[in-house]
Write a protein that binds this ligand. Structure first.
Ligand SMILES: Cc1cc2nc3c(=O)[nH]c(=O)nc-3n(C[C@H](O)[C@H](O)[C@H](O)COP(=O)(O)OP(=O)(O)OC[C@H]3O[C@@H](n4cnc5c(N)ncnc54)[C@H](O)[C@@H]3O)c2cc1C
Length: 765
């Protein structure tokens, strides 16, 4: 705040407020404190304080003004309507048209205490909070655009259809009236706008006209909008004009400074903001004519800057830095000429194209955004503490217990509805929807568990959901879905090559009303978790005359059944993998369970295994793509930090090529994964078997390649405990074995390919 060049009669104001503003302290007279805000370029704005009460006054500037500008009575009217509708604006308290009081019209509103960020990059907060603040801002914009003008009592507030045409002509006139020199780029931009008006110019919402983060008061500690300020440019018109204006800075070149703007924003992304907006308004992300609205935003921004400078030239500017505004007019207009605009057009179009190729449902987009947000706000900040817990407990009795912080995060995720997202019938998401969500969670090793989307529980829940009886579901599926218990899956055996499951030796024999299980299993993941209460065990019936693939069954075995013994955890490249509850050898000696524990029926084990492993396999792939992205991030950061032989690491061509190769691998692997997810959605697990097998081979290979490059670029640090890469490598490497080794999948792919080819051949004949 500053002392005001807009001097007015404070005593007159104080007397007026004392007589007109309910609750305004009348005594002691002459104690009204007035300070002008340095912001408020157009209509001078003042902080008023008296007797412990605070208000804000906004008035017209003195002197000759541009036509139709500075209409403080309109500001007052729109704020009044919005405040009554529950929209966050400062409560307008009083409007005064009597120019004898302080020399111009003015209005007074409630003073809202909170945070205002002047620099759009919000340097004072971390990336997670920045995202949350921006998302809160964009949700508020969507809310504004959702109001019905009639219910707000604002009919006639704007001038009806034809908003875009009017905007171009209004801003052209305003610019011409304020221009101090001829800028051909501005004329060209005006001409382009006039020739490229959207074909349908009739959409009408209440729009703010200058919706930016520095016109917003946020809650002092939360990412919540308390008030939207500065309604001078509000009118009725096309809502995309506001959206383009709010997001235009994503495309600004770094050279444009001077309007209080700092560095260009990286988080949240343009796509995140736009899709949040579209989700809140329930509209498609196909933003028709967004290019027009962006160009209009530049034009308007340049026009406003020119107006501020013009007022400076005649000694009537509100702000101290108003002389600097002339500097930005030309670069803003030139953005258009420099084809920068067209770059951003293709970025805007990307939102549409990406969504059309592998279309995520609205619900999928909504949950993906929430998950991203949750990852930023809760998961990444917790990584250090959770990894520390596992490291410190490694040699203690608590080694298999879950860290309390993890449990708290689970509660939080559950409360936000980010729970059991993997199961279409429960979450309402398709595999395609979930693919992108799973990738996001895969960026952090413990995150899938926070959302109750972790193996082997996911696969087991799928089995119980698809094949369990009502009683089995009640007893085991429900607590698993609630996250009250966890489970393990026992198929692989130490004494036989288990990639051929018909080798299996573990037996499940019927004796009266029980089944009796005998055998050895190993690599039962998650069995170490004290919360692991149930195992799904696969075994065979002795001396069965059924065909080879009809001799096996799956059965539910509570972990506390007598005869079931955890023998030892197995290490993975030396890691005990406490995060995933370890991988255990388990022995079953005369383990007896009721016959009702059999799943689907005797001899149906292979049938279940096929059903279980379709989505389960690609969920692993989806998550590991997230790990690949995290590894590539580490690689690039390191390559940009360190230097050898006089160059940054990335400047060595070989490293640059690794970076490129990694990106190629990730993109290729992701496309295949999404394609497989879509095929499962459309045709079911069985008919997507070839694609599932292809994905299962391609993705771990691609991800391992990326992690290996990252390790190489990080040097010794890459294999140390200081970086997550070594653990990532160990974990992802197991995916070339777990759920069937590559070779078995390759044989399957070849078999299906030959079959497909023979079908083609038959069709030709
Ligand atoms: C970290 C981890 C977690 C696991 N979690 C579980 C779990 O929760 N539950 C569970 O039951 N199992 C689990 N497994 C076990 C996993 O599924 C098996 O290791 C896998 O199926 C291979 O079986 P195997 O180890 O008996 O190898 P084998 O069957 O002995 O095969 C060894 C190798 O032989 C070669 N081979 C096999 N068949 C062919 C073929 N047709 N053509 C060419 N070469 C071939 C392959 O190179 C293969 O890697 C896990 C494994 C790991 C490493």
């Amino acid at each position: 705040m500053k002392s005001s060049p807009h001097r007015f009669d404070q005593d007159s104001l104080e007397r007026y407020l004392g007589s007109r503003l309910p609750g305004f302290p009348r005594q002691p007279a002459g104690t009204l404190a007035v300070r002008q805000y340095s912001s408020g370029q157009s209509n001078p704005t003042f902080y008023l304080q008296k007797g412990g009460q605070a208000f804000v006054l906004r008035k017209k500037p003195h002197g000759p003004l541009l036509p139709r500008a500075h209409k403080v009575d309109r500001e007052y009217r729109v704020q009044k309507a919005l405040f009554s509708a529950g929209f966050p604006v400062p409560e307008p308290l009083l409007y005064c048209s009597d120019v004898s009081i302080i020399g111009t019209e003015f209005y007074v509103m409630q003073h809202v205490q909170g945070r205002i960020f002047r620099d759009i990059s919000l340097p004072e907060v971390g990336p997670a909070e920045r995202s949350a603040l921006y998302l809160a801002m964009i949700e508020t914009l969507a809310l504004l655009h959702s109001f019905d003008l009639q219910s707000l009592g604002l009919q006639g507030y704007g001038r009806g259809p034809g908003y875009c045409k009017r905007q171009v002509s209004t801003w052209k006139k305003q610019y011409d009236a304020a221009a101090h020199t001829d800028i051909p780029a501005m004329n060209k931009l005006a001409e382009w706008l006039a020739n490229n008006l959207p074909p349908d110019d009739s959409e009408e919402s209440l729009i703010h006209g200058d919706f930016r983060i520095d016109n917003i008061i946020f809650h002092p500690t939360q990412a919540r909008v308390l008030a939207v300020l500065d309604w001078e440019l509000s009118t009725t018109g096309h809502p995309l004009a506001d959206l383009a204006y709010t997001t235009q800075f994503y495309f600004w070149p770094a050279s444009i400074k001077g309007l209080g703007q700092g560095s260009i924003l990286e988080t949240p992304s343009f796509e995140e903001l736009v899709s949040t907006y579209c989700r809140c308004r329930r509209i498609s992300t196909t933003l028709s004519n967004f290019n027009f609205f962006l160009a209009l935003s530049y034009f308007k921004m340049a026009g406003i800057a020119q107006g501020v400078y013009a007022r400076y030239l005649i000694g009537n500017a509100s702000a101290e830095n108003s002389h600097e505004f002339a500097k930005v007019v030309k670069p803003l207009a030139k953005l258009f000429q420099h084809l920068h605009l067209f770059k951003c057009l293709s970025k805007a179009a990307f939102v549409m194209r990406e969504n059309l190729l592998f279309h995520q449902s609205r619900k999928g987009q909504e949950i993906l955004l929430k998950v991203k947000q949750f990852m930023k706000q809760h998961i990444y900040p917790a990584e250090k503490e959770i990894i520390k817990y596992y490291t410190e407990c490694r040699n203690s009795e608590d080694r298999w217990k879950k860290p309390p912080l993890l449990e708290r995060l689970k509660e939080l995720a559950k409360a936000e509805g980010l729970w059991n997202l993997f199961l279409p019938d429960v979450s309402g998401l398709s595999q395609l929807d979930y693919a992108q969500i799973a990738e996001e969670t895969g960026r952090c090793v413990f995150a899938p568990e926070v959302f109750n989307c972790h193996a082997p529980d996911t696969g087991n829940m799928e089995v119980l959901h698809m094949y369990g009886t009502e009683e089995q579901k009640k007893e085991w599926l429900e607590p698993l879905l609630e996250g009250k218990i966890s489970s393990c899956f026992c198929m692989t055996e130490p004494d036989v090559a288990s990639s051929d499951a018909t080798n299996m030796q573990c037996t499940i024999e019927r004796e009266g009303n029980s089944y009796v299980i005998n055998g050895k299993k190993w690599w039962s993941s998650g069995a170490g978790n004290p919360n692991c209460k149930v195992a799904i065990v696969m075994g065979k019936t002795k001396n069965s005359s059924a065909s080879r693939y009809k001799q096996h069954s799956m059965i539910i075995v509570p972990m506390d059944t007598p005869g079931l013994k955890l023998i030892r955890p197995l290490s993975v490249f030396g890691y005990m993998d406490e995060i995933h509850g370890g991988h255990f050898e388990i022995h079953f000696n005369d383990v007896r369970v009721p016959v009702s524990n059999i799943i689907l029926g005797e001899g149906r084990g292979f049938e279940i295994a096929q059903g279980r492993l379709g989505p389960g396999r690609i969920h692993h792939c989806m998550r590991s793509l997230g790990a690949a992205e995290a590894a590539l991030e580490i690689l690039c950061q390191r390559a940009a930090q360190r230097q050898t032989f006089g160059k940054k690491l990335y400047q060595h061509e070989v490293v640059a090529h690794w970076i490129a190769e990694c990106r190629l691998s990730i993109e290729q692997a992701r496309l295949l994964t999404l394609q497989t997810a879509r095929k499962i959605d459309m045709l079911g697990n069985r008919r997507a078997r070839k694609e599932v097998a292809m994905t299962k081979v391609v993705v771990p290979r691609a991800v391992l390649k990326v992690i290996d490059c990252a390790v190489q670029v990080c040097g010794g640090a890459g294999v140390s405990q200081d970086f997550p890469l070594a653990f990532m490598f160990a974990y992802i490497r197991t995916l070339r074995l777990a759920d069937g080794p590559d070779e078995v999948h390759l044989s399957t792919i070849a078999r299906w390919e030959l079959l497909d080819q023979s079908k083609k051949l038959t069709a030709k004949i």
